[in-house]
Design a protein. Sequence first.
Length: 264
Amino acid sequence: MSPRVPAILTALLLLLWNPSVRADEAAEQLVLATYKLANDASTATGTVYRRKIAEGKTHCYVVTAAHVFEAMKGDACALVSRTRHDDGLYMRHEIQVPVRNDGKPLLKKHSKQDIAVLLLPDDLSIEALPFECLATEEALKQIHVGDDVCSAVYPERSEANSAGLPILRRGMIASHPLLPVKPHPMYLVDTTAWPGDSGGPVSHKTLRAPTGGPLVIGIVRGMRNITDTVKESRFVEKKTHYPLGISEVLHAVLARDLILEQWP
């Protein structure tokens, strides 16, 4: 055996066991760009994307489920953000974001699907994913039923910690076919969805965006249930909804197209 072999093996072991070495930061980027959208009447999840529109100028958009904004009361909602201090500590804080102007919605909704996009104020300084992280239909050709995915969400309004960050969950694409998007705008993921998860991003476990960040392939619409109906009497009918542990997810390309359509 070459005397160099043990040295190479030792170096590889040190690399694998060194906690300071980060092989993949895509999941962390997804978490940091995802926020709770809170209102007395509606709370859910949204992800912010940054898009270059001109030299030196960018727009930031929050993408979520349309029913989230539709259920909100008043002209603003709280975007739960966080600030990272020099010592590495994250501090939670809430930013009031306008969703209506004198009762008129500021958001842009997809014409057929439960997706909405809100253009954020230019002076808002928060973490965002590059616009290129939203998957194109071409990128979806690499994705198949059975692939592993991640989602960043706020199940039952629950935050991961005192910093207000979302909870990262794992799942598997559970339905086929995925394409074309137009006849198949929604697909299933084998993970339980909860109230508060609506609007959460779903990213592919291994594929990456052209920027190197997470490839966001979906937006959580809600949970898949079955309903059991029992007729208790002539005038009383009882319905019980049972969650199947499955999330309904809309293709992220629908949000990408909506942004390009509304802000060309």
